[in-house]
Structures are given as structure tokens and as C-alpha cells.
Design a protein around this ligand. Sequence first.
Ligand code: KG4
Ligand code: ZN
Length: 343
Amino acid sequence: MRVLGIETSCDETSAAVLDGTGNDVSLRSLVILSQDVHAIFGGVVPEIASRAHLTAIVPVVERALSDAGVDMVDAVAVTNAPGLVGALLVGVSFAKAFAFARGIPVIGVHHMEGHLFATALEHPGAVPPFTALLVSGGHTLLLDVESWGRYRLLGRTRDDAAGEAFDKVAKLLGLPYPGGPHVERLATASDAGAFRFPRPMLRRNQLPADPDFYDVSFSGLKTAVLNAVKTSDLERDRGAIARAFQDSLIETLVEKTVRAVREHGRERVVLGGGVACNATLVRAMRARLGTRGVDVFAPSARLATDNAAMIARAGLFHLERGERAALDLNAFAAQPIPGLVAA
Ligand code: KG4
Ligand code: ZN
């Protein structure tokens, strides 16, 4: 089956074409147009994002089809939740019109389920069963994935998402938006010196039934960074603060992932979402889990951040199960991942 994927949930207009059956897929094309305009405002402005998607969607899809060397696809998969509703509506409306005009099926895809499938596009071993850590600008989810379509939610953030924490700390340090790569670069080149921030929700000797055994929280860490910024010489300490922040966040994420791997006896860990671009996080995960014989799979930066290839891939899975959306397919700001079962 050949699927056109479309992603417009935030500030990337993206389209991709992939061919495949089951886990045997090949990506024919991927076009990602990033809306740089938001950097001026220090964050994504929803109204501007929607309008930018509207002008970009047609050329981006045409380019994805021509890069793939095809005119026809068998189905369209589009992100319909979660995200900025106005932005999602552009992709959803386009996908429905495209599918209707060609008499082909359309399917709505949950953005986070897309991130879950992204790594498998590059690493054939990144298939269930595995422990998944999805760390993006809007979400932080720790999942046990028994099979595609069966996801057990183990932990999530109580407040800020991991990427959001990176972006807010970048702002406090006077770095550009989106802040993750800037904080990582600075942290990698620095020593934490005298700075050490709390490791939230990392009490020892906890039991899996404890409510914060898997959950994370980054708002206290952000406040600790704010206090450090206020009481230090930022020109001198910027790098050390970035390093101490990143050390704390990474240690927390690694420890929670190790707990999930141990409790569920998984031999693979799959990372996804923009924060999975962080090489220090991936290295720390491999250092802790490699000794247990656990493989850690991380996507390349292009597939870790928002892209339509992962949406096409997740869409293929649902289409092969015979699922189809009706032409009243809608967009939603928030929605649980389909197939999510309680822990
Ligand atoms: O998955 P994504 O592209 O968009 C959402 O679905 O939110 O993730 C974007 C997030 C931003 O918060 C960005 O700062 C973060 O990923 N990010 C990073 C790095 N690269 C991107 N965070 C830490 N280190 C990085 N190298
Ligand atoms: Zn995302």
C-alpha cells in the first residue's frame, strides 16, 4: 500500500510518501517546511502557524509526490490530534479534499502514535515489544508497547513536558527559540561547576504502585534554574547552569525508563520526539541500559522532530487493519492515543 502522510499539528508543514506492508516499509519522500517566523516571538503563535500551513500545504504535498515520482497514492494519513486546532484543521481539511477527489480512503493519526512509529522507519529492530519514552515540546510519555496498537501508559509529566522545560530554560538563559539544541550545545561544552539542581520524583526504594514511580515533573527544576539565574552572573555561569539543568533532566528520564524496562522485562527501548535529538540523553540511556543487554533505538533528528513520514507509517498500520475515517473527520487539541490501556 502507498500512503501519503500529512502533518500540520504545530509549526512544521510536512508531507511524505511511503510504500509498505506490515513492518516492511520504504520511505519514498519526505518534505518538511519549518516555520521560522515563530523565532521572532519566542514561541509558536497559533494564528500565524495556521495561515502559514494554508499557504504551504499545496506546494509541500506536490513536492512530496514529485520527489517520490508518483501521482497516485492508495490512501492519505493525516495528523488530527493533538495539537493547535487551527493548524491541524488545515492538514485535515486538505487530506479529506485530496482523498475525496481521488476516491481513496483517509485516516486520522494521533501525533504521539506517529512519534512512536518514527524510529522504526530507520531501525528495523525498533518494533514491539519495547519500552517507549516520547519526549517532545508538548508531551512526555513513558509507555510499555506490547504490540503496535497496544500501549500501556506508565508515566507522564505532571507539569511541563521535557522539550517545554528545555525551551523555558533556554529563555531564562537568553538563548533563542526553540531552545533545546542551544541548551544542549552549551551544556555539552560546559561543566556544572558548583551548580546542582534537584532530581524531581526520584525517591529511592519506591514501589511500582507509588503514583510517582514513573511520573516526572520539571516545574521545580525550572524554578531552581530561575533562582540560579537571579543569583548568579549569567555571563559567567550560563554554561554551568545549562549543564546542571540538562544533567538533572536526563538523569530523571533515564532512571524512569530503567524502572519501566526492569518492571516489564523489555529488551528494547525506543526514543521519540524532538528531545530524542539530544545526543547526551541517548548516550546516557545506552550507558545505563547497554550493560543490561537492552538495545536503545533513537531516530535521526529529521525523524525525531515533527514530520509526516511517521504519520504515514502509523497511518499504514491503521489502514492495514481496515480502519477508515469518515469525511466528517475532525481535529482535536487533546485526545488519548488510540489503543491506550490503563497501567
Ligand atoms: O517533537 P517535536 O518536534 O515537536 C512537538 O511535538 O512538540 O519537539 C520539539 C521539542 C522542542 O521543545 C525542542 O526544544 C526540543 O524538541 N528539542 C531538543 C533538542 N532538539 C529539539 N531538546 C533537547 N535537546 C535537543 N537537541
Ligand atoms: Zn511532535
